[in-house]
Design a protein around this ligand. Structure first.
Ligand code: NAD
Ligand code: ZN
Length: 342
């Protein structure tokens, strides 16, 4: 089968031919239809310090996918050949305290497909049946292929009750924009998203109806005043990984406000802790998706009219993956989807 491999310890990914994976008794084999390119894949392409420490050379990359089950392990009972599916790319253990209490997404032994284990940038993917998430007919493959990052957005956005609340989202990357759509969908009052990249802010306006603010040119306090907000945002969703954005968020929060952080700052960053204490803020780190609570909720919301389809800005056949990665690196893309059936 064709697959995209981190074949050498240097910048790039290479299309190779490998045998179709053999499956174990509890696995399924999935024929991959569409995959999403993630920021993580760009880190792996760039072979930065994180990728060098984490990703084994020779690994098949990719973790965002939708496809169809073509083979069932002998102990798999509740799935069928021909079932369209996406799936959770975090492969969890069953030994840790958290896993044994049903908090699968907090298992410290988690291994990621396309990061630690063979991934989905391939014609076929082996996945434990446990990780499979069947797709209803109403969700097309290309949306199925971005449920992983939509899940990050949903997990973060649903960290707190948003009904009637004023929500600030810092970072209008694909995940920030999808989180803004989710906040609106579940009934937040004002939703404001910030960025410093005009393309991303325009994209936010195309995908959602939230207020998009370029904080390089506009004072957030003016926006708050125009919206009639006197005391600050009730909920903050940090989705940029940028220390200045987090600082601005802390400044803009109401007393007792709640922040969920998905963005991953690079290395150690400075934080004004006394301000966080005196504002009595709650801060929650968010990792991955809740397995499988987030999946149920996001599929229900998609079936109930949540529309994030315009976040996909580029589509390429898998053979043209280099164009896909170039789009990702340009700063002028939303989600980029590769077609493996072409
Ligand atoms: P992205 O890099 O595409 O988007 C980040 C956006 O933040 C960019 O558009 C950038 O211009 C913007 N930004 C930079 N400085 C800013 C500032 N001062 N104010 C406001 N915006 C600013 O990333 P993404 O794929 O949308 O992911 C969002 C974040 O979530 C990233 O940090 C990513 O590493 C992280 N992430 C975390 C998890 C997890 O499990 N915790 C999973 C996926 C992604
Ligand atoms: Zn991803």
């Amino acid at each position: 089968m064709k697959c995209l491999v981190k074949a050498r310890p240097e910048e790039g990914l290479w299309m190779e031919t490998r045998p179709v994976p053999e499956i174990g008794p509890d696995d399924v084999l999935i024929k991959v239809h569409r995959t999403g390119i993630c920021g993580t894949d760009v880190h792996i392409w760039n072979w930065d310090a994180w990728a060098r420490r984490t990703v084994p050379v020779g690994l098949i990359t990719g973790h965002e996918f939708a496809g169809e089950i073509v083979e069932l392990g002998r102990r798999v009972e509740d799935l069928k050949i021909g079932q369209r599916c996406s799936g959770e790319g975090h492969l969890i253990g069953h030994h840790s305290r958290q896993s044994r209490s049903g908090k699968f997404h907090l298992d410290p032994e988690t291994r990621g497909i396309g990061v630690n284990e063979p991934g989905c940038f391939a014609e076929y993917l082996r996945l434990p049946a446990f990780n499979v998430v069947p797709l209803p007919d109403s969700i097309p493959d290309e949306i199925g292929a971005i449920l992983d990052p939509l899940g990050n957005a949903v997990h973060t956005a649903l960290s707190y009750d948003l009904v009637g609340e004023d929500v600030l989202i810092t970072g209008a990357g694909p995940i920030g924009i999808m989180a803004a759509a989710v906040a609106q969908h579940v009934g937040a009052r004002h939703v404001v998203i910030t960025d410093v990249n005009p393309y991303r802010l325009e994209l936010a306006e195309r995908v959602t109806e939230v207020v998009a603010v370029n904080v390089a040119t506009t004072d957030l306090r003016d926006v708050m005043r125009d919206l009639g907000m006197k005391e600050g945002f009730d909920v903050g969703l940090e989705m940029s990984g940028n220390a200045a954005a987090f600082d601005q968020m802390v400044e803009a929060m109401v007393m007792g406000g709640r922040i969920a952080m998905l963005g991953i700052p690079e290395g150690r960053t400075e934080v004004d802790w006394s301000r966080i204490v005196f504002k009595a803020l709650t801060i929650k780190g968010v990792y991955g998706r809740e397995i499988f609570e987030t999946w149920y909720k996001m599929i229900a919301m998609l079936e109930d009219g949540l529309d994030i389809s315009r976040i996909i800005t580029h589509r390429f056949p898998a053979a043209e993956f280099e164009k896909g990665f170039a789009a990702m690196k340009s700063g002028k893309s939303g989600k980029v989807v590769l077609d493996w059936s072409a």
